[in-house]
Design a protein around this ligand. Structure first.
Ligand SMILES: [Mg+2]
Length: 192
């Protein structure tokens, strides 16, 4: 079985929000990038933590999760953000572009309905800074139905920490499909 999806947000997770005084974390490096549809002479300034690349690679190499970008950066996460962190080309959820003025137009994260359909019945560990209580209720309900759903919510002004990825691995090994995979070598050894 496929390991659980690791859904990965960018803004507020890999790119923390600026501090009130406009400064960015000392851990992060500034980059000028040109997202899809933006004029080359009007780049966007972002900041990324170079340590996040190796940390995420460590998680990916365990094989315990299936990493997928889940961000309004869409294909630019694959084309721009990932390469700046030294990550391989990862797939992305092709989120819609609703005309909304809040990230919680119905009281919960705008991505969720689309993600719910996209996941079908797959287990997932979803890192996003913007869940509401209704999203946590959704995750609990899904888990109760056997579709293990873990939401990990960094502080958007701090972003992703190593501890969040420790939690990803701790949760991933407890997902039934991962456990089945992990037990394969042992059962093969037993059979041999
Ligand atoms: Mg976000």
């Amino acid at each position: 079985m496929r390991p659980p999806y690791l859904l990965l947000d960018v803004d507020g997770v890999l790119i923390p929000f600026p501090q009130a005084d406009g400064t960015t974390p000392a851990t992060h490096a500034r980059h000028d990038v040109v997202p899809t549809g933006r004029a080359p002479d009007a780049p966007a300034t972002i900041w990324l933590n170079p340590a996040h690349g190796p940390l995420l690679m460590h998680v990916i190499r365990t094989g315990l999760v299936t990493p997928v970008w889940c961000t309004s950066w869409r294909q630019d996460a694959t084309m721009i953000i990932g390469p700046l962190l030294g990550l391989p080309s990862l797939p992305y959820v092709d989120l819609p572009r609703p005309q909304i003025t809040t990230s919680h137009p119905n009281g919960y994260l705008w991505k969720r309905d689309y993600v719910d359909t996209w996941l079908n019945h797959s287990p997932t560990i979803w890192i996003d800074d913007d869940f509401t209580n209704l999203d946590h209720e959704w995750a609990a309900k899904r888990t109760a139905q056997g579709q293990t759903t873990t939401l990990i919510q960094p502080d958007p002004r701090i972003g992703l920490l190593a501890d969040h990825l420790v939690e990803v691995l701790a949760r991933a090994v407890r997902v039934p499909s991962s456990r089945a995979n992990a037990s394969c070598p042992a059962s093969q050894a037993k059979a041999a």
